[in-house]
Ligand binder design. Structure first.
Ligand code: 48N
Length: 321
């Protein structure tokens, strides 16, 4: 049966004869791809000759993307662990968990389109990244080269750190990154003593979350998880989100508020105090400075990496309890 002409553009090309899936499935002879996969060297000889991409129909691209995205939303609707924030601490946490527990389903929710937070590019006026020892152990584990300056090491560009870490995290089959997606609330369950335990997150596309005041509020998506690890940093439009929400839910009295810059005090405090702040919610990275009133450390990132290592340990301790 010839497909209805209306479906195809007037200038039907070989692309339009590509079989369509679904309601418009049309039986046509399989397209014999002139260009089966070639080596780059072979391609170099083809530009002026027979170079062409394999045919596609736009709907195939959309279906390839949306099928996977909505399958992921379905798969991770029940997660084992949710990490809020894909900055240096959140990604370090995910890396440690991905290595330790390939059996756990881990969802990372990142409000920005681009992951990395302050360690990507935005948080650094100067591109080289300093980490004080012993955080060089984390860089060595990742296989990231650095200059050894004695008490500290220097990665030549923060993007080398973040892109290497991000690449490793995204290659774990049990980890899914939902970027451009904001956690806009927490799922709670009542505890016997009248407090609550955190049992997941409420998410929306970030642009929707940012327009609650001028658009009708779009009903959110939810992810159930016994453990949420919040690493939402200390500033920015969504900074310290989860701990601020704990205050507004009256689960913690008030925030300590981040103190002035003192590298030596700040980095030890952040790593040592990475912990489960309320049942089901572990806080790490600079979000913690808002809870405890820790100092800030400025452009040194060892505490973010090691807070992530500790947050992963805390999550597995709670998970295996
Ligand atoms: O990089 P950040 O802000 O947070 P950390 O804790 O991973 O790293 C902090 C570090 O970059 C510093 O601040 C350095 C060390 N400087 C310290 C200083 O003294 O100035 O990453 C947080 C990520 C960001 O990518 C946000 O977009 C994201 O979390 N985020 C959220 N994602 C989803 N839902 C939310 N509600 C949300 N809030 C923040």
């Amino acid at each position: 049966m010839a497909p209805p002409a209306a479906m195809f553009s007037e200038t039907a090309t070989s692309v339009d004869s590509v079989p369509l899936k679904g309601d418009f499935a049309v039986k046509t002879a399989p397209i014999v791809q002139k260009n089966t996969s070639k080596t780059l060297a072979e391609l170099a000889d083809s530009w002026e000759h027979d170079f062409t991409f394999a045919p596609i129909r736009e709907s195939q691209v959309s279906r390839a993307m949306t099928r996977r995205y909505f399958q992921d939303l379905d798969t991770y609707a029940e997660s084992d662990i949710v990490i809020v924030g894909a900055g240096s601490c959140g990604l370090s946490t995910a890396y440690m968990l991905g290595k330790a527990r390939p059996d756990l389903k881990i969802a990372i929710i990142e409000a920005s389109v681009s992951p990395g937070g302050g360690a990507w590019l935005g948080g650094q006026l100067f591109s080289a990244m300093v980490m004080r020892k012993p955080a060089d152990a984390f860089l060595a584990d990742l296989g990231i080269p650095y200059d050894d300056e004695g008490d500290f090491v220097v990665v030549k560009h923060a993007a080398l750190f973040t892109s290497t870490l991000l690449s490793k995290v995204l290659q774990f089959p049990n980890i899914k990154l939902f970027n451009a997606t904001a956690v806009e609330d927490l799922i709670t369950r009542p505890m016997p003593n009248g407090s609550v335990r955190i049992a997941g997150v409420v998410t929306n596309w970030t642009l929707v979350s940012m327009h609650h005041d001028d658009q009708s509020c779009m009903d959110p998506n939810t992810i159930n998880a016994p453990i949420v690890i919040s690493t939402t940093g200390h500033d920015g439009p969504f900074g310290a989100f989860c701990v601020k929400r704990l205050v507004s839910m009256q689960q913690i009295q008030k925030l300590g508020g981040m103190r002035g810059l003192d590298m030596n005090r700040a980095e030890d405090a952040i790593v040592k105090r990475t912990r489960e702040v309320v049942p089901g919610l572990i806080v790490g990275g600079m979000e913690l400075s808002e809870v405890d009133g820790a100092n800030r450390m400025g452009p040194t990132f060892g505490a973010m990496a090691l807070s992530g290592v500790k947050a992963a340990e805390e999550a597995l301790r709670v998970f295996d309890e």
